[in-house]
Design a protein around this ligand. Structure first.
Ligand SMILES: NC(=O)C1=CN([C@@H]2O[C@H](COP(=O)(O)OP(=O)(O)OC[C@H]3O[C@@H](n4cnc5c(N)ncnc54)[C@H](O)[C@@H]3O)[C@@H](O)[C@H]2O)C=CC1
Ligand SMILES: O=C1[C@@H](O)[C@H](O)[C@@H](O)[C@H](O)[C@H]1O
Length: 338
């Protein structure tokens, strides 16, 4: 059976995912699209030569009986309503991060899925499918280096547009680290604190950039993450894990090493689309394969989306108070333990 996707949001990552489902992956097909910018939705059908219906909104797309799974790639604040409507209709959902922009919103999705009684939702936390992070996790889980004590991470973007807000540094950018780091060390967060260093002259006037976040875990691990969204030089993701008997780092992206004009150099990527291209392929292929084989997705869950949203809310509070803000989850439904 081919998994038939309806796509909500045909912007940057929507097009990337449509491209990979259509030309790179197996077992999926895009049969419906919608965007509040209808011209964008129509263009995408033409651009990728899709045999797909264009719908005026998410509700009518979800109602199309030929659609099995909804791919949510609209703006973050629109995700919650579409995901809830998809669950109500009993359709599978692959939702880009964030699952919802508030903890309350994410919890409403968790509750709806539990009520439905079967897993439908996967969240686009693609770093869990990145070879570098997977290798780091294997090394940590092997206990060869002893227990992890500290993590030092950086999430740098070359620049962001005027529409980028202070909160987005947490619920749009840091959210990748929020998800992948507790998964990496098998631990839960207890607090988060924001620190504002000296501001770059390239920061948007309404922004603090860079920012540092300190996360602490139940097991006492201290994690520092630098979020620097106008770093100018490239798209650079760093992660160093300091353990009792050694350290390990996320590998650099493969690049030729050149020697020229008395300089030794390697390339730094500038585009997020390239940096995690394999991870995006792997996460959506896994979504398709798991549903085809077992009838439910097996990747990052709505509960993972909820953990990220609670942590993100606390991070946004700390951007205002600059104090350590507690992170408290509600009880995990047994549904997510299987
Ligand atoms: N996993 C990752 O690494 C990445 C994830 N993302 C996430 O994907 C989402 C989309 O990001 P981009 O593609 O960069 O944004 P974008 O602005 O390029 O595209 C978003 C599209 O959604 C449409 N849209 C907004 N509200 C809608 C609604 N209610 N119904 C239908 N269409 C709607 C907009 O018209 C636009 O075409 C965001 O949540 C973002 O955080 C984006 C880039 C990378
Ligand atoms: O998800 C992404 C964007 O939405 C976000 O705005 C960027 O900061 C991230 O690096 C990218 O991976």
């Amino acid at each position: 059976m081919t998994l038939r996707f309806g796509v909500v949001g045909t912007g940057a990552i929507g097009r990337e995912h449509i491209q990979r489902i259509t030309n790179t992956l197996s077992g999926g097909e895009v049969v419906a699209v919608t965007d509040i910018n209808q011209e964008s939705a129509r263009n995408v059908v033409h651009q990728f030569q899709l045999n797909a219906n264009v719908y005026p909104d998410d509700k009518s797309l979800i109602a199309d009986t030929s659609v099995d799974a909804i791919l949510v790639t609209s703006w973050g604040p629109a995700h919650q309503a579409t995901v809830l409507a998809a669950i109500e209709a009993g359709k599978y959902v692959f939702c880009e991060k964030p699952l919802a922009t508030t903890a309350e919103g994410a919890l409403s999705i968790v509750e709806a899925e539990v009520k439905h009684g079967r897993r439908l939702v996967q969240v686009g936390f693609m770093r869990r499918y990145d070879r570098g992070y997977v290798k780091l996790k294997e090394a940590i889980d092997s206990h060869e280096f002893g227990a992890p004590l500290m993590l030092h991470c950086a999430h740098r973007n070359p620049e962001v547009g005027e529409q980028y807000t202070l909160e987005m540094a947490v619920n749009d950018t840091l959210i990748h680290e929020i998800d992948v780091l507790h998964w990496l060390v098998n631990d839960d967060y207890t607090s988060i604190r924001a620190i504002f260093p000296r501001k770059t002259k390239y920061a948007l006037s309404h922004m603090q950039d860079p920012q540092i976040f300190i996360l602490e875990t139940v097991g006492g691990i201290v994690i520092t993450v630098e979020v620097f969204v106008n770093c100018k030089y490239g798209y650079d993701i760093q992660c160093e894990v300091v353990c009792e008997e050694g350290t390990m780092r996320l590998p650099e992206v493969p690049s030729i090493i050149s020697r020229k004009d008395a300089k030794l150099s390697t390339e730094v990527l500038t585009d997020w689309k390239q940096r995690f291209i394999d991870a995006y392929d792997n996460e959506i292929q896994d979504f398709i394969d798991a549903i085809r084989k077992t009838g439910q997705p097996q990747g990052p869950t709505a509960w993972d989306g909820y953990i990220a949203a609670v942590t993100s809310d606390a991070g946004i509070r700390s951007q205002q108070t600059l104090e350590k803000e507690p992170i408290q989850l509600c009880n995990k439904p047994d549904f997510y333990n299987h």
